[in-house]
Design a protein around this ligand. Sequence first.
Ligand SMILES: [Ca+2]
Length: 256
Amino acid sequence: SEVCRKLGPANCPCHSLVSARHLLTEPALLPHSTRCKPFLVYCDMSDGGGWTVIQRRSNGRENFNRKWNDYKLGFGKFQGKNDEYWLGNDHIYDLLARGARENSLKIDLMDWHGERRYAVYENFQLTNEQDNYRLWFGTYSGNAGDALSGGSSFEDQWSASHRGMQFTTSDKDHDRFLAGNCALESSGGWWFNRCHAVNLNGRYYKTGRYNGSHDNGIVWSTWHGMWYSLKFSAMKIRSPFFVDSESGDGEDGQGS
Ligand SMILES: [Ca+2]
């Protein structure tokens, strides 16, 4: 089809923005195409650019306590810089499955004092819906701590690491918590174990520290623990094609 030719599977707009050397100072909203079905993505041009934003929390206006189909297809708004959304597990899977190369996941966090931390994971992958969007990721770097791996102790890692976990929502329980459903307790879909050390889709508390019967806030445990709900989070992915385009040759005709 015409759409397939214009936005073929090899064309990734967030990355091509950089390879085309467009100088953007503002985030851009661009159509993204996989399998000839275009959808919009939000491109983050910080850190050298080329990031496709897959999740953002910033003000608590969007309800993240949703069921499987909403997390599958995506929800929220992402036209504005402060909008909250989940891009959708099918879209995330499609973006990651493009090509055979590894993608990086960067997670930006901010607390209620305005302090920022980040975590980067190499080789971020999801499986498809038949395998319930199982999560895989490689080496950590950053200053927020490696909470996705569950924490520092072996016991924490066994019960709370998100590596290899399937996606769970309130209506589809794929977690390792046999006595219940982690998504029911933690207010949001996530790759729960039994249950979590990270939940960026939890309930938005405008207080930072919070109380309750469950640790269901927006949690990154290795930074502020389980009982502190962060003010801001964003998850974004970037293909290694981006790096190749930056180190590209010939275009400047310098012929080193
Ligand atoms: Ca369960």
